[in-house]
Design a protein around this ligand. Structure first.
Ligand code: NAP
Length: 313
């Protein structure tokens, strides 16, 4: 085992990158473990309109790049080769298993985020990545002048429907209830958009295909039980997120949906183990709140490290 890390941050999305900035600025040894390109889920957000400082909005990728640059400039270290496979406590410290190596850290900040949920309907797995997508920025450009559907009624579905309407000829937005859940301004953008056709109170029942090609989506009306088949080129699913909390499931308390329970400082039910961003169980899941949670976690963690050194923890 090499030198002990003060703060090991697992995950390089907005929460992890902000935690890295705060850790490095506090001059404690801060290492971010991230397998892909830093940025997390915002990399797949087409446009972020509500992060202060960017009055015209900014693409998720550009915002992620800027945060990464800032964390690096501050002096945070990044290890991006292998995923963290396990975390186990050892005395007051933690040991991370990473690519066959054991790495010791005094504090861990889990910022592993969340992944998009799947609908789990027939046809979905047959056309996953070949017509069914969970990322409009990644796959949207494949649907220029085509017809697509977006399933969901939250911020992601409405935001990405508007983005897709800039590329596709027509976007069908399908939601299971009779009103959208999204923030008002996102709802308005969909309700009055000439290329977005809203199907409220409809359930997406089956993704249809012909040989290797997705051809449509079968809908069922919740009002009268009638069936509609939409002829489509692609289906985008935005029906919520699942916490990526597996690494700490046996170490600290999770809520009933699998999100890590934290106090206002981001501390989990275990000393020295913090969680920040979408993986943790606070309600308002936004880029700005993920960043704030990363800052809170590291602020508390630095005090915890000081008390450890002083022998008062
Ligand atoms: P979400 O807010 O949980 O919304 C999920 C949507 O999918 C809901 O409308 C839900 O319907 C629907 N749904 C869930 N399961 C379904 C199923 N099996 N079949 C059909 N529909 C189903 O998830 P999200 O939109 O992915 O957002 C995740 C978090 O990120 C939220 O906290 C959100 O505010 C945040 N976010 C923020 C922004 C932004 O600020 N610009 C952008 C994206 C995401 P019901 O309404 O009936 O439950």
């Amino acid at each position: 085992m090499g030198d002990i890390i003060d703060i090991a941050i697992v995950g390089g999305g907005p929460a992890g990158l902000t935690a890295a900035i705060y850790g490095a600025r506090a001059r404690v040894k801060t290492v971010v473990f991230e397998t892909g390109l830093p940025g997390g889920q915002i990399v797949s957000a087409s446009w972020v309109e509500n992060y202060p400082g960017f009055p015209d909005g900014i693409s998720g990728q550009d915002l992620a790049d800027l945060m990464y640059q800032q964390a690096e400039n501050a002096g945070a270290e990044f290890r991006t080769i292998s995923p963290v496979e396990a975390i186990r406590p050892e005395g007051n410290d933690y040991v991370l298993s990473v690519g066959g190596e054991e790495i010791k850290a005094r504090v861990v900040v889990l910022a592993t985020g969340a992944i998009p949920k799947k609908l789990g309907i027939p046809g979905e797995s047959d056309f996953a990545g070949r017509g069914v997508s969970w990322c409009a920025t990644c796959d949207g450009p494949l649907y220029r002048d085509k017809v697509v559907a977006v399933v969901g009624g939250g911020d992601s579905a409405t935001q990405e429907a508007v983005y897709l309407a800039k590329i596709a000829r027509e976007v069908h937005l399908i939601h299971r209830r009779n009103e959208l859940r999204a923030t008002e301004c996102l709802q308005e953008q969909c309700l009055f958009h000439p290329q977005i056709v809203l199907h409220l109170s409809h359930i997406a029942e089956e993704i249809l295909g012909d040989g290797g090609k997705l051809t449509g989506l079968k809908l069922r009306s919740k009002t009268d039980g009638s069936e509609t088949v939409l002829a489509l080129d692609g289906v985008f699913e935005f029906v919520g997120i699942d916490a990526q909390s597996g690494l700490v499931a046996d170490l600290c308390e999770l809520d009933e949906l699998g999100f890590v329970k934290v106090d206002p400082n981001g501390l989990t039910s275990r000393a020295g183990l913090y969680a920040a961003g979408d993986v943790s169980n606070y309600k308002l899941k936004q880029v700005v709140t993920a960043c704030a949670r990363g800052a809170f976690a590291v602020y508390d963690a630095v005090h915890y490290l000081e008390t450890m050194v002083a022998g008062t923890a």
